[in-house]
Ligand binder design. Structure first.
Ligand code: F6P
Length: 365
């Protein structure tokens, strides 16, 4: 029996289980392949004792619509930066990549499928350079990976955010308020932009376009006639004012924890008040609601295609590559291409033009 090892790394994302199920079901059509899962990304292989799970058809039955990942995930550390505490109690990182490759050989793993975002695919590329047979599957609700038209989970996050905007419109209108909705998106404002257009928001603030608070206030005031009216602002967690700073809840601890974004809605409210806004303002932070729960059909379908393709790439020995969607095809691209640039919102994107065309302000001018 040949063994394929599957792992999920980085933040969870609706559709991960649909990918795992598709890999396992496609592998079951071959007589000589077995699929195993490493718990919490590569941790399951590196831990002593190891935590590996056999993924057969009964293990993945009916999981295509379940959120989360049945093999768990982590966005801390990894084989190249394994966190340990030194004698002084400080966090240090060590490189365990050689040990990982030895352990995979010992486990009889022929090929690895790493389902993850930008950080995970950087690890895939580095392990490929060390000789590991590895394939990447792109995952992120932020949709910030280049080389693919879409990542699964993104549309579910957009739907959840748009539903939230719809709900907030009715309460904002009833109370004549400004409602600020904070959504995820550290470097890319795709969720915010889609939710703003889909939900009919008035203002959309994203990391790519630093905003001028006076322009934001001007737009807010336009939405009110004296005290009557309401205004919906969608803001991505990585948005910041011109000459301002990103709003962080916690700083990064190398190898141990990523920087935690957040607080941008509250910061915007304070900036609006300081700039002279007299309207009543409330904030809603959607946070991890955007990543939880069942994936919408679009994401399950995309994830299933990614899973089948990933296993077929193993059969074709297409290592060092990542599954990608380039409409209308599902194909593979070199990992190096996948991690070379972020997919961020550009002024030239038609969706930006459409947003401006329906009167949405980016707070820029
Ligand atoms: O990378 C995806 C993402 O959803 C970011 O937009 C967000 O900042 C981050 O994950 C939050 O991750 P966590 O709180 O799980 O560490």
């Amino acid at each position: 029996m040949k063994r394929a090892l599957v792992l999920t790394g980085g933040g969870d994302c609706p559709g991960l289980n649909a990918v795992i199920r598709a890999i396992v079901k496609r592998a079951a059509q071959e007589k000589d392949w077995e699929v195993i899962g490493s718990i919490q990304a590569f941790n399951g292989v590196l831990w002593e004792p190891t935590e590996i799970r056999i993924l057969d058809e009964s293990a993945v039955a009916g999981i295509h619509y379940q959120g989360g990942t049945i093999i768990e995930t982590t966005n801390k550390g990894g084989p190249f930066a394994w966190p340990i505490k030194n004698r002084d109690g400080e966090i240090e990182t060590v490189d365990r990549s050689d040990e990982l490759i030895r352990k995979l050989q010992f486990l009889g793993v022929e090929a690895v499928i790493n389902i993850g975002g930008d950080g995970s695919q950087r690890i895939s590329q580095a392990l490929f350079e060390k000789g590991l047979n590895i394939i990447g599957v792109p995952k992120t609700i932020d949709n910030d990976l280049s080389a693919t038209d879409a990542t699964f989970g993104f549309q579910t996050a957009v739907q959840i955010s748009t539903d939230a905007v719809d709900k907030l419109v009715t309460t904002a209108a009833s109370h004549n308020r400004v409602l600020i909705v904070e959504v995820m998106g550290r470097d890319a404002g795709w969720i915010a932009l889609h939710a703003a257009v889909g939900g009919g928001a008035d203002i959309c603030l994203i990391p790519e376009f630093p905003y001028d608070i006076n322009v934001v206030l001007e737009k807010v005031n336009q939405r009110f006639k004296r005290d009557r009216g309401f205004c919906i602002i969608v803001i991505a967690e990585g948005a910041m004012p011109k000459d301002g700073q990103i709003s962080l809840m916690e700083k990064e601890i190398q190898g141990f924890a990523n920087a935690r974004y957040g607080g941008v809605a509250l910061a915007l409210r304070q900036q609006l008040v300081a700039a002279g806004c007299t309207h009543d303002i409330r904030e809603t932070v959607l946070g991890h609601l955007q990543r939880g729960g069942i994936p919408i059909a679009y994401d399950r379908v995309l994830a299933t295609q990614y899973g089948v393709k990933a296993f077929e790439m193993i059969l074709d020995k297409e290592y060092g590559r990542m599954v990608a969607y380039r409409h209308p095809d599902i194909l593979s691209v070199p990992l190096t291409e996948a991690i070379s640039t972020y997919n961020t919102v550009k002024e030239s994107d038609y969706l930006v033009r459409a947003a401006l065309g329906v009167g949405i302000s980016f707070g820029e001018r």
